[in-house]
Write a protein that binds this ligand. Structure first.
Ligand code: EPS
Length: 391
């Protein structure tokens, strides 16, 4: 399975083409729209999310509610495009005066964004040409792709859930839950996707303060995946390790700077005897671990324990209170250009994190258990689990 995305933040639409989705998977637009709506929510989102009501159009690869095995094309229109048809026009501009009037040229790069380096690299004198693609708007169609992956995983009894652990230095303390279904429901009902209601209140206050200050704040999100067979991925080669692929997927999300599994960086501080998860066996469940400090991975392969992965999001670099920058035309010191922004997009980013993790796992499963049909994958996993239980 592979996918590409295309589209600019204020262009007509965002597009993704998914190749390798097995045939016979039930799929309707609503499966994807639910996830798109989740990404749009969250305390701290900016005005753009009031303009958009992201809805998918499925344009290929699905017939009468089932995948065909052929590429699936998904499109999400940008409602904001109607305000940008001239600025983002495809046709060449006719005169220099048009350039002045129409382009809304950006020459003052925002520190922390892709503006300056992207402009140098691709030879753009107008940094809008960078900003339009580096914007987190692109994560809309990554969530659409992830929704299809989630649908595939749910057919196999695999659940993906996410929540927010920290925003602007406020940490969730009380995050115990009895099932992933409960976690999903509680995070869905929280405006910051946090299980600890007292912490959620403080997080919202921190977001409001950041907004008032023209500033932005980041945080930490966690994704958990349960119901996996042991042995997905491989220790035999560096680029077959599934945890490495998931780490790359997390850090590929706009503004993400770090990733950890299980107890993560805490493992650096503990002796081995307090890190590694002791192995147990019983007739009903087969092999298991007493704890899950390693977050569901040994040797780049799933252990059968839940995958627990966390990602760190820096504050969005688009600030209403801009930082010092340099105009690339005059080389004079200026404040960076002000663009519309979100004071905090961590709750939305936790939905994106679920999506990219779901994709990597679905891809690894399809690679390992059969690419053609969903029923074939189900049968192969059932016999794999049976063999593993008594191994
Ligand atoms: C976003 C869309 C963007 C921003 C935000 C995320 O829309 P606009 O630029 O029209 O306001 O709201 O992205 C950033 C602030 C950024 O720096 O990338 C979205 O759809 O999530």
């Amino acid at each position: 399975m592979r996918y590409i995305t295309a589209g600019e933040s204020h262009g007509p639409q965002l597009t993704t083409i998914l190749e390798g989705i097995p045939a016979q998977l039930s799929l309707v637009a609503e499966d994807i729209n639910e996830e798109l709506a989740r990404r749009q929510k969250g305390h701290g989102r900016g005005r753009r999310m009031q303009i958009e009501k992201d809805q998918v159009q499925i344009l290929s690869g699905v017939r009468h509610g089932k995948t065909l095995g052929s590429p699936v094309t998904l499109v999400v229109k940008n409602d904001d495009w109607t305000h940008w048809t001239k600025v983002m026009g495809i046709e060449p501009l006719e005169s220099e005066q048009d350039e002045e009037d129409i382009k809304r040229k950006i020459t003052r790069p925002r520190p922390g964004h892709a503006d300056l380096v992207g402009a140098i690299k691709y030879g753009h004198r107008d940094m809008r040409n960078v900003l339009e693609r580096s914007s987190a708007r692109e994560t809309t169609v990554r969530v659409a792709a992830g929704a299809v992956a989630k649908k595939l995983l749910s057919e196999l009894g695999i659940t993906v859930a996410g929540h927010v652990l920290e925003i602007g230095g406020v940490k969730a303390e009380n995050i115990s839950y009895n099932s992933l279904e409960e976690l999903k429901e509680r995070s869905e009902n929280s405006p910051v996707r946090c299980l600890d209601e007292a912490a959620a209140q403080k997080m919202m206050a921190a977001i409001d303060q950041a907004k008032e200050d023209g500033d932005s704040i980041g945080g930490v999100v966690e994704v958990i995946v349960d119901g996996l067979p042991a042995g997905i991925g491989s220790y035999t080669h560096y680029d077959l390790k599934l945890d490495a692929k998931i780490a790359a997927a997390i850090v590929s999300i706009n503004a993400f700077k770090g990733v950890e599994f299980g107890i993560g960086f805490e493992a650096a501080r503990r002796p081995g005897s307090q890190v590694h998860d002791e192995i147990i066996w019983n007739e009903e469940d087969g092999y298991s671990r007493k704890t899950n400090n390693l977050g569901g991975f040994e040797g780049g392969m799933t252990t059968g324990m839940p995958i627990v992965v966390r990602g760190v999001m820096k504050p969005i670099p688009t600030l209403y209170k801009p930082l010092q920058s340099v105009d690339i035309d005059t080389k004079e010191v200026f404040e960076a250009s002000i663009e519309r922004s979100d004071s905090c997009a961590v709750p939305a980013a936790s939905v994106v994190a679920e999506a990219v993790v779901a994709w990597e796992i679905a891809q690894a499963i399809v690679d390992q258990f059969g690419k053609d049909r969903i029923d074939q994958i189900k049968e192969n996993i059932a016999s794999w689990n049976e063999r593993a239980r008594n191994y």
